[in-house]
Design a protein around this ligand. Structure first.
Ligand SMILES: C[S@@+](CC[C@H](N)C(=O)[O-])C[C@H]1O[C@@H](n2cnc3c(N)ncnc32)[C@H](O)[C@@H]1O
Length: 398
């Protein structure tokens, strides 16, 4: 596995002011899981294609006298294959173990973490929590990607453990390729704006579903004169995100507890730029159209809305769709497949935009190559969603 020698240790992550501390055994566990993930994506996944081409696909055609027509047909026959079952079980287990490792690590320092976070957040009006906001069903009904407590659960007063655990564990799933601050996606958007639209200087930016602010912070740094508002429903994430940003010296973001379905506190056409990162695949069919309508209402004419997301399924082979759809069935991501089936231009149209103006671009998450080396999947490598090569869709409002 030639690229594994470039894989960093979890210790290479930037130690911002509220980063949980790891002991030797925890780092070892996180590193083993990261290597296992990389092994699965770089060595085991190519074998799945062979299994399909040599055995599963011919057997299907022989039995049915036709090609498989949907990813669901492919899933049914692939999941009966032993190699595929092993890959799927290992992938699920790396996710479960990522969370168990992160969780054990943050629980043993839970009080100290809460105190650090409280100290950094003290007296700041840029953290705006609202206990009347209800946790929406799209995240209350399911522990998204097997994360115990999802994004919002609090086990004691001032608890930030679910947020800290998310921050710790993302490295395992992305093999560090999002960079030292897991912010490669936000950096990629900021860099794309600077290179492709150098005259666009947003004064007011809204980030939807910010979680711990990984991708809102680089936007705030790229546009230091802008006011950035980062929205989430999850109290522990917002507390942690605000303290994390403060500790990184970023003061131009307000972290606000609100539901993106309506946001009545903000005036029509009051934002120049509205972003999200990896947000829509966790949105239910009920929530997504409402949130897009909110974006349409809040965006100024000539403003930009841009969203990092995995590519839609349309136009992809049924095998590729099956691979990309694994999360829907085996990773507690029930909205993943239905969302990736949508015609986004049509959804934008329904929200009141001109959907024909929608663009799609490939944004490669920027990797800090000084620490992390070259992307393990290669610059154009495809590993069906493990490498941080994000599709971005968006439009300029007319
Ligand atoms: C996959 S995470 C997004 C990751 C994040 N954008 C980043 O840059 O790392 C999805 C986030 O959306 C939040 N969320 C889900 N539904 C929401 C809603 N209706 N309103 C506001 N936030 C929501 C969740 O609490 C969670 O933090």
């Amino acid at each position: 596995m030639s690229n594994v020698k470039t894989l960093p240790s979890w210790r290479a992550l930037t130690q911002h002011g509220v980063m949980p501390q790891a002991n030797h055994d925890e780092v070892a566990r996180l590193n083993v899981l990261t290597h296992l993930n990389l092994h699965l994506s770089s060595r085991v996944i190519p074998g799945l294609r062979q299994v399909y081409d040599k055995h599963v696909h011919p057997a299907f055609v022989k039995e049915h006298g036709r090609e498989p027509e949907t990813r669901h047909e492919v899933r049914k026959v692939m999941m009966e294959d032993g190699y595929c079952q092993l890959w799927s079980a290992l992938r699920r287990n790396t996710m479960e173990m990522r969370h168990q490792t992160g969780r054990a690590m943050v629980l043993r320092q839970a009080d100290a973490l809460s105190k650090k976070v409280e100290q950094l957040n003290k007296g700041c009006d840029t953290l705006q929590l609202d206990s009347t906001i209800e946790v929406p069903v799209n995240i209350s009904q399911v522990d998204i990607h097997c994360q115990p407590g999802c994004y919002y659960q609090e086990y004691f007063d001032q608890d930030v453990t679910v947020a800290a655990s998310y921050d710790v564990g993302l490295f395992v799933t992305t093999a560090g390729l999002l960079g030292g601050l897991s912010d490669g996606g936000g950096q990629a958007i900021a860099n794309w704006l600077k290179s492709e639209h150098p005259n666009f200087k947003p004064k007011r930016i809204l980030d939807l579903g910010c979680t711990v602010g990984h991708n809102a912070v680089p936007l705030a740094q790229a546009f230091p004169d802008a006011e950035v508002i980062a929205i989430d429903v999850a109290t522990p994430c917002l507390r942690y995100a605000h303290a994390r940003a403060k500790s990184l010296g970023v003061d131009n973001i307000s972290f606000v507890q609100a539901n993106v379905e309506s946001l009545p506190q903000y005036a029509d056409e009051s934002f120049d730029l509205i972003t999200s990162a990896m947000f829509w695949h966790e949105a239910s069919h009920k929530m997504l159209p409402k949130a897009l309508k909110t974006v349409q209402r809040l965006l100024k004419p000539e403003g930009l809305t841009i969203h990092l997301e995995q590519p839609q399924y349309h136009g992809k082979s049924v095998f590729e769709q099956f691979m990309r759809d694994w999360d829907t069935y085996y990773n507690n991501e029930p909205y993943w497949g239905p969302m990736h089936d949508l015609d986004l231009a049509e959804q934008l149209d329904k929200a009141g935009f001109d959907g024909s103006a929608m663009f799609e671009i490939g944004v490669v998450a920027k990797v800090d190559e000084k620490i992390f080396g070259k992307s393990a999947a290669g610059d154009s490598g495809e590993d069906f969603g493990r490498a941080p090569v994000w599709n971005a869709f968006g439009l300029w409002k007319k």
